[in-house]
Design a protein around this ligand. Sequence first.
Ligand code: PLP
Ligand code: ZN
Length: 413
Amino acid sequence: MQLRCFDPNCATTLPLHAAALECPRCHGLLEVEVDAPQQSASELKELWAQRRRSRDARDISGVWRYREFLPAYAADEVVTLGEGNTPLVRGHRTAEFAGVSDLQFKHLGWNPTGCFKDLGMTVGMTEARHMKATVVACASTGNTAASLAAYAARAGVAGRVYLPAGQVSLNKLAQALDFGAEIVEVEGSFDDALNTLLAKTSEGIYFLNSINPFRVEGQKTTMFELLDQLNWKAPDYLVLPGGNLGNSAAFSKAFEEMLRFGLIDRAPKMIVVQAAGANPFAQMWRTGAAMLTPVAEPETIATAIRIGNPRSWQKALRGVKATGGQVLDVTDAEIGEAKAVIGRDGIGCEPASAATLAGLRKLRTSGEIPASASVVAILTGHVLKDTNFIIQSHQKQSQHHQENQAEANHAHS
Ligand SMILES: *Cc1c(COP(=O)(O)O)cnc(C)c1O
Ligand SMILES: [Zn+2]
């Protein structure tokens, strides 16, 4: 395996462990170029099924189980918390709300630190340790920080996280503190936090941001696990929220590889949903622009996707186009409403995740998706990731209720 510049016109290659985050020639994104596996598709499927009976930590991990498609490490190098293995949960009230008969959620919030970032972090941290890093760092809207902090603690490496001051859910901040990371607060948005971090390149820090190609590799396995759970038959649609678009990029890569090596014969149409106040990718899609124009001051209640300048848009776009999918945005009100319905289905999620259900409903309402479609929606974060949001929205509701009650009493008297 090696690193390759994502731009096909450049295609510069580097050794796998070059510790580079961008192409040295064109400054574009890098990706891991996987080798053809030794086994046939059916042999791989059998091997992965067998590993579910194993007690090897790598076989138990829902990421490393699919390691034929990951960079190779010695067994004792792998930093794992048993991530992955998240179930598919069928939606009932949510299916009715969206207007589809066949809706399942893959809940990545049921990972060790409560969100999908763990799936990338296990590979990224393994690479960091392989490279003998002593400090690992990322910029984050909160979840990457919590995940980096946990895996850095497991790896025995110092973790440092750059967060937008005052804009991170306390639950996520508490996790990062509990796992012992150093926290650097930056005035401004996530994008400012990332720029502050990127300015530190000379200080010998290993970067674990979403453009880190090793994190993308780990997140890619979500789709291997999903298709494995569906007996290698893709649903019609896959819906996920889009912030920095790291997950969209990772899933795109997974579909390419699964198709290329014969694991599936059809990929689901990939639907990326952004928040209306942080929607540069959706705007680009709507207007058909060739380049992404960042949103200067992103604003949404869904803080995990409050990102104005998503780094991985080119990779994400390739997947959306290749699968015949699309990109759209939903308002904060739509996100809040969808989140409440996911809660009433006994599932729950953080606000950013609920953009999926809101987006699905919107596409059904406009008739762009048929009622008979099979849909898998990706829930990205656990319900306990943003408890303040839940308490506040219920307080508002009961206040509203009391006001209505008072008005009704007044009218009667
Ligand atoms: C990181 C995150 C997202 C956004 O994912 P991207 O890969 O940045 O598009 C969405 N939801 C939650 C809960 C997240 O933590
Ligand atoms: Zn390049």
